[in-house]
Design a protein around this ligand. Structure first.
Ligand code: RNT
Ligand code: ZN
Length: 430
């Protein structure tokens, strides 16, 4: 793989400290307590999605196409091929990200010891390696049933299938996934957000949308029949606009799941790539938090047909982070990432996206209170002026200081670690 020949620029602790001191004063003048902002940032975990590490492959070794309207493009070397490789890669990424975070697992990442364990037979024991890894690191786990990449999902339908035996199979898979989530939450002492996303949808105009949606609602009710303690498990459901091969109608649409989540008291998962191109999830957060105590985010980046590009420090991301903070209690919003790019170093993809998420949260936590005060006074001119001036404030100096204190590389220096790991580990994988 081609590499730029430059060595990453290192910033000395002295430089970091000098810039931080000036930044702190500049923010203080605007009424912003920078130390408090950093303290709050440290209390917000981001759930890293395991599937960036192996192109949504999983460890069943069945060779089923990914399906479900999902597509991963790129062939950068070094994909994790085993649970141990994936865990080592995650350790490398986590070492470059300040704070303590979570890991979001999919059911087909279980450790099945070379045996064929079908999705309707998975058990907590298949995840004991992951639970031990998480426990050792003080990392919380989140979970997802995997309702794709399977012969019984090959026609694009799972919980909403017209075939009762197919529905039964996926109901059992999702029920077991909840039990696994609850076991993870119990062992780790932190609730496991278990998110149900199904790909079900029609390529072309359906004759009977209502029938499919009724079946999905009934299947979900069967999945959630057993009540499990909220201190171990939080159920979430995830809508989508369309997927490849499901362009005309996705059964689990935004309206479907908004109604479902509110009536069944589930978390709604807002994925940033699952709406119309001009729609943003930032604007939805405050609305859904009026009706639901907690929500889940899949922070992603939609680009044309794809909903899963690496998260960049975009206006969209900044707006999402701002709304998480502005709602008053960020603990009501569970922040997960959801993207997969196989065209660049996968550990860099995790690192870039997670660091961006945290940077955006920090920026939000540093918002000058004058902006809100101007709005309260009805002075929209001052609001806009302050919003725009805030964009030039030295938040990067605060971020660098945070990285320095947390013992992770400052600035682009993390890239050197990934290159070293690439030379020694991922680059040697075939
Ligand atoms: C698919 C959904 C879903 C998946 C993961 C792998 O469009 O976003 O969350 O990306 O479960
Ligand atoms: Zn998602």
């Amino acid at each position: 793989m081609p590499r730029a020949s430059r060595a990453p620029v290192k910033i000395s602790p002295k430089q970091v400290d000098a810039a931080w001191k000036l930044a702190r004063e500049r923010y203080a003048a605007l009424g912003v307590d920078v130390d408090k902002a950093i303290k709050r940032l440290k209390s917000i975990p981001v759930s890293l999605h395991c599937w960036q590490g192996d192109d949504v492959g999983g460890f069943e070794q069945q060779g089923d196409a990914i399906g479900g309207g999902l597509a991963v493009t790129g062939n950068y070397p070094g994909r994790a091929r085993t649970p141990d490789e994936l865990r080592a890669d995650l350790d490398q990424a986590l070492a470059l990200i300040p704070g303590s975070h979570r890991l979001n697992l999919h059911a087909f990442y279980g450790e099945f010891g070379g045996k064929k364990v079908d999705r309707d037979s998975i058990e907590p024991v298949h995840f004991k390696g992951w639970i031990a890894w998480a426990k050792e690191r003080g990392v919380g786990l989140d979970f997802n049933p995997t309702c794709f990449a399977h012969p019984k999902a090959a026609d694009g339908f799972t919980l909403a299938s017209a075939d009762k035996s197919i529905r039964k199979f996926w109901i059992e898979h999702c029920r077991r996934s909840r039990e696994i989530g609850a076991a993870m939450g119990k062992t780790l002492g932190s609730p496991c957000v278990t998110n149900v996303w199904v790909p079900d949808g029609f390529k072309d105009t359906p004759a009977d949308r209502m029938g499919a949606r009724g079946r999905l609602a009934d299947s979900l009710d069967a999945v959630f029949e057993k009540s499990l303690p909220a201190k171990h498990l939080l159920d979430a459901v995830e809508p989508k606009l369309f997927g490849i091969g499901a362009e005309a109608c996705t059964v689990g649409s935004a309206e479907f799941y908004l109604g479902y989540a509110i009536t069944r008291k589930k978390l709604l998962c807002l994925d940033a790539g699952h709406f119309h191109p001009t729609e943003t999830i930032s604007d939805k957060i405050s609305s859904v938090l009026l009706y639901l105590p907690e929500i889940l985010l899949h922070v992603s980046r939609g680009v044309r047909w794809d909903s899963d590009h690496v998260v960049t420090f975009s206006d969209d991301l900044q707006a999402i982070a701002r709304e998480i903070v502005a709602c008053g209690d960020p603990s009501r919003v569970h922040v997960g990432l959801d993207y997969f790019d196989a065209s660049i170093n996968r550990i860099a993809a995790w690192t870039i996206g997670t660091r961006n998420m945290l940077k955006a949260l920090l920026l939000a936590l540093l918002e000058p209170p004058g902006i809100g005060a101007a709005e309260e006074a009805g002075d929209t001119t001052t609001r806009l002026a302050l919003q725009e001036e805030a964009k030039g404030l030295p938040f990067g100096a605060v971020w660098d200081y945070h990285c320095e204190v947390e013992g992770v590389p400052v600035g682009e220096a993390w890239l050197a670690d990934i290159r070293r790991y690439e030379d020694q580990v991922t680059g040697k994988r075939t």
